[in-house]
Design a protein around this ligand. Structure first.
Ligand SMILES: [Zn+2]
Ligand SMILES: [Zn+2]
Length: 98
């Protein structure tokens, strides 16, 4: 898995030349604003990795989970939260799940 930079896809590392990069929120719906607030977003190739590909974040639960786990680890590290605090903010624990 790649690193979340603005210029490369989090999943495959491509730079968006062929398939423009989108911003994907690790947690959507009512938690989308919190995802923004805490920087829990990644860049993904629009077609292949974000919306349409069979392994894309919006088609594939395990891809989605990978991004959620990355986000949970990031925020717990950056905010010095424990797991309980994370669950209070985001509803559940994503780490240690398959
Ligand atoms: Zn998305
Ligand atoms: Zn990609």
């Amino acid at each position: 898995m790649g690193v979340a930079t603005d210029n490369h896809c989090f999943l495959c590392g491509r730079n968006g030349t062929a398939d423009p990069l989108d911003t994907h929120h690790a947690f959507g719906g009512s938690r989308r604003k919190k995802s923004d607030k805490y920087g829990l977003t990644v860049r993904l190739c629009h077609n292949r990795c974000h919306i349409f590909g069979s392994e894309s974040a919006h088609q594939n639960a395990s891809t989605r989970l990978k991004i959620q786990q990355w986000a949970q680890e990031k925020i717990m590290r950056e905010q010095s939260w424990d797991t309980e605090r994370f669950i209070r903010e985001f509803g559940r624990n994503y780490l240690g799940m398959e």
